[in-house]
Design a protein around this ligand. Structure first.
Ligand code: G6Q
Length: 538
């Protein structure tokens, strides 16, 4: 059966509505309803969400909610939370929400209450984190651990890196944290630069424990450690594993008592609250880590229980659909006005683009509409002095998410007011712009007027929170996770598999053998053959 999204009543109505309203500017919408800046906002879980500066009316929203209901969003949401195997292509439940469920909760998968398992692992992580933080966990020579190097890639790297950067201010400054992901040896070489192997702990983070990049880096780390410490028994003191694959962990020589497990119902890019968060817990301490989980859980509950009309992730997702499918917007900018969130856009790129970058629907048909937008961004105000020009005066429509906090983590006036003034001003400038009359009234030379006009009508959402804290970080991440889920439901794609990353991996394996002279170059196309030959002529 065909997916049928574009033949839904609500879809057709949205299309018609778009044709009727596409020329109405945000300026005009505010003129018609001067109080929309108050009404098109939500205040939930400590997040003030302003979605008034969008090219929408009450009717647009009504139709979008109708679309969500026609796509059975509420039932799909309930299915995810109850542990149904909604990742149908991989026959798995999708339960990152269980990773932050309180201990008394119960979510049963295949007869097992997974919340109980989650808390068992959390307890084990806590005990380990405390030992490292207190210096009780010593290395092979008896020295306490001072450096933690997380080796992982994709979902086993981006969350830990982002969380460490975001919560650096809460981290134990006596410890050094580094992250290695790329198979490029430069990444490893730089990560261990200046570190004493006797004081270094490697966390090998890999759900499968077979990933080429991670295993290659882990083996290099092993050799680096053994070169300095000599003795194989050192591995047990300097390596721990975060994985679902006990067999491979043991084969590597890691004591499986130092393995922190998780489960197939945790997708890589949704895994930062699983054992994959061990480096985060060591950095910020178990108490802060639990606060972060609590933030995630609060947003999970908001998403699960709030009616669609008052549901932040739902509204975010529907706005994305509105621009992506009706205005043909190609991208979505995420612009945090908080420097600690500098890796947040990169983290979101994987979460969003690996999830909805798909042209095949759950029922196996090719879509006849656009799916996942390109997410990108940089912290403000740096972006303002770089790519914002194109957002303001370029030919592309780029909806923006502004994320800001009322309080800085540093008492350095006037920085915070300047920072937030800039964020608020950008939303205002994008929405309302500056007309030719307004420019001319400033006495600008006639010839320059067109250059100085800002058409405005560029949509943005603003999220304002109290302060960047572990709890608020948790809320923000979960907010995007659930928005992606809703997008997946609307587009009918599976946001929990990533088959599109497989082909390149397989082809690389063939070429590795060719580059290393193990197999004769097989017949590729002329371009690939020539590249291999050129590389081999070193
Ligand atoms: C994420 C993907 C992918 C994965 C990495 C690492 O959703 O599944 O990014 O996290 O390929 O995989 P391992 O953790 O198995 O090494």
């Amino acid at each position: 059966m065909k997916n049928g999204l574009t033949s839904l009543e609500s879809w057709k109505a949205l299309d018609k509505h778009y044709q009727e309203t596409r020329k109405t500017s945000i300026r005009e919408l505010f003129r018609q309803d001067p109080l929309r800046g108050n009404s098109l906002t939500l205040n939930a879980e400590g997040i003030y969400f302003d979605y008034s500066k969008h090219r929408i009316t009450g009717k647009t929203l009504g139709l979008l909610f109708k679309l969500a209901r026609e796509r059975n969003l509420e039932a799909r949401r309930a299915a995810m939370f109850s542990g149904e195997k909604i990742n149908t292509t991989e026959k798995r439940a999708v339960l990152h929400i269980a990773l932050r469920a309180p201990v008394e909760a119960s979510i049963v998968v295949d007869g097992v209450n997974v919340v109980e398992q989650v808390h068992e692992v959390l307890g084990k992580m806590q005990a380990f984190a405390e030992k490292v933080r207190s210096g009780q966990w010593t290395g092979h020579t008896g020295k306490p651990i001072r450096n933690i190097v997380n080796i992982g890639i994709g979902g086993s790297d981006l969350g830990p890196v982002m969380a460490f950067e975001a919560l650096r201010n809460y981290s134990m400054r006596e410890l050094t944290f580094r992250f290695v992901s790329n198979i490029d040896g430069s990444d490893f070489a730089e990560a261990v630069q200046g570190l004493d192997p006797a004081e270094t702990l490697f966390i090998v983070a890999s759900k499968t424990f077979t990933t080429l990049e991670t295993m290659t880096n882990a083996l290099t780390a092993r050799a680096w450690t053994l070169k300095a410490l000599g003795d194989e028994t050192a591995i047990q003191k300097h390596f721990v594993a975060l994985s679902t694959n006990e067999k491979e962990v043991a084969k590597f020589g890691i004591d499986t008592r130092n393995m922190f497990g998780f489960w197939d119902w945790v997708g890589g890019r949704y895994s930062m609250t699983s054992a994959i968060g061990l480096s985060t817990m060591i950095a910020i301490g178990p108490e802060h880590y639990r606060q972060m989980l609590h933030g995630f859980h609060k947003m999970d509950e908001h998403f699960r229980t709030a009616p669609l009309e008052k549901n932040i992730p739902v509204i975010m997702a529907l706005l994305t659909v509105w621009y992506n499918n009706f205005f043909n917007a190609q991208t979505q900018a995420v612009l945090p006005y908080e420097n600690y969130l500098k890796r947040f856009p990169a983290y979101l790129q994987q979460m969003t683009m690996e999830s909805t970058g798909k042209y095949i629907t759950l029922d196996g048909h090719k879509v006849d509409y656009q799916t996942g937008p390109i997410y990108w961004g940089e912290p403000g105000t740096n972006g303002q002095h770089s790519f914002y020009q194109l957002i303001h005066q370029g030919t592309k429509l780029i909806p923006c998410d502004f994320i800001g906090f009322k309080k800085s983590l540093h008492d350095l006036p006037p920085h915070q007011d300047y920072l937030m003034a800039n964020m608020i001003a950008q939303g205002e400038a994008l929405a309302f712009g500056k007309t030719a009359d307004e420019v001319a009234a400033e006495g600008v030379d006639e010839k320059l007027v067109p250059h100085k006009v800002f058409e405005g009508n560029r949509p943005s959402s603003t999220f304002l929170l109290d302060q960047l804290s572990p709890e608020n970080l948790g809320k923000l991440v979960a907010m995007y996770e659930h928005s992606v889920f809703v997008q997946g439901v609307i587009w009918g794609v599976n946001p929990f598999d990533q088959m599109g990353v497989e082909l390149g991996k397989v082809l690389a394996q063939n070429i590795i053998a060719e580059l290393q002279g193990e197999t004769k170059p097989s017949k590729h196309d002329s371009s690939t053959n020539a590249l291999i030959q050129a590389y081999l002529r070193k």
